[in-house]
Design a protein around this ligand. Structure first.
Ligand code: KG4
Ligand code: ZN
Length: 336
């Protein structure tokens, strides 16, 4: 049987990434980050697109080199079609289409959110089907029921901000650099969760985070009025409290989803799954409830082409190819 060698490209937001996968095994996974957005407190789409154009050729070259292959060894090229920023996606889609045309090999389009879920198949241990995956990133918060590699059903979604945005926007209020998630994570380990914030009341398995951001803002404004040095003195405790609240909101819904579906094969994915508090709490709750828990290695949590390559591998086996007419879709949604 053919052992497909696929080059995968990810450029949906501010990371340019390329990976090579051979017969389901990732041979290389190379990512160039863009530091420029930190000074603006968030990703600037036009700058992200221009940086992707600068990074894409060296990143692809390095991925091929590290995998020990050349372009001639490739059987297909995969790319993130969406969701994401249009200008960023266009760079990856355009590059993949051109290279596919030049080499005369087929294309595979990948949904970025589906890729975050299948990041669990980049390495062992791999979950068995069906499993539930909480996908928490800068743009999305979803609970997904995964029936097979390419059959997924979204059970819950955020109705406003994503969990990553809750970290990043709170960080902005606290004067932390963008993206604030990793900073809040680090500071939280030095504090205790001694402040409480009202959690949103959202029906079913959906999420809401915009109210939490406002609650934190009002709480801090009140405290600073009484004591101008409050944030400086209490920073670690504030971070621990914010993080704890976000984790509780996420875990409450995971528990509900497991109870509703009877599934105990449980996974987390996406940039926020790099959070040390979330990883610990998820495992502790899993132990209590008899779940089998799965957390990807750090390099497969945040945006990377390795996870795009995994989806591409499954699509190749299912002969789900796309063609040169395909375009980027910033609002792509898989079967929901
Ligand atoms: O999946 P990702 O790399 O990109 C998107 O598809 O959005 O996720 C980025 C998000 C950002 O909001 C960032 O603050 C958050 O993941 N993040 C974290 C941590 N590392 C990254 N949030 C909390 N704790 C972390 N350690
Ligand atoms: Zn992502």
């Amino acid at each position: 049987m053919k052992k497909p060698v696929i080059l995968a490209i990810e450029s949906s937001c501010d990371d340019t990434s390329a990976a090579v996968i051979k017969n389901g095994e990732i041979l290389s996974n190379v990512t160039a980050n863009q530091k420029i957005h930190a000074e603006y407190g968030g990703v600037v789409p036009e700058l992200a697109s221009r940086k992707h154009q600068l990074h894409i050729i060296p990143v692809v070259d390095t991925a091929l080199k590290r995998a020990g292959i050349t372009q001639k060894d490739l059987d297909a090229i995969a790319f993130t079609r969406g969701p994401g920023l249009l200008g960023s996606l266009l760079v990856g889609v355009g590059f993949a289409k051109s290279l596919g045309l030049a080499l005369g090999i087929p294309l595979l389009e990948v949904d970025h959110m589906q890729a975050h879920v299948l990041a669990h198949f980049a390495e062992d241990p791999k979950p068995s089907f069906p499993f539930l995956c909480l996908t928490v990133s800068g743009g999305h918060t979803q609970i997904v029921k995964v029936k097979s590699p390419l059959q997924m059903e979204v059970l819950g979604n955020t109705i406003d901000d994503a969990a990553g945005e809750a970290f990043d926007k709170t960080g902005k209020i606290l004067g932390l650099p963008y993206p604030a998630g990793p900073h809040i994570d680090r500071l939280a380990t030095q504090g205790t969760a001694c402040f409480t914030f009202t959690k949103p009341k959202v029906e079913n398995l959906d999420f809401s985070f915009s109210g939490l951001k406002t609650a934190i803002l009002y709480f801090l404004q009140d405290q600073v009025k009484k004591d101008p040095a409050f944030v400086e003195r209490e920073l670690a405790n504030i971070c621990a409290s914010v993080q704890e609240t976000i984790i509780q909101i996420l875990m409450d819904k995971m528990i509900k989803a497991s109870e509703q579906t009877g599934i105990k094969e449980m996974a987390i994915a996406g940039g926020v799954s790099a959070n040390s508090g979330l990883r610990k709490t998820f495992e502790a709750i899993g132990k209590e409830r008899g779940w089998k828990t799965y957390i990807p290695a750090f390099q497969y949590c945040t945006d990377n082409a390795g996870m795009i390559a995994v989806v591409a591998h499954f699509k190749y086996l299912a002969s789900e190819f796309t063609d040169q007419r395909v375009t980027a879709n910033p609002r792509l949604r898989f079967n929901q």
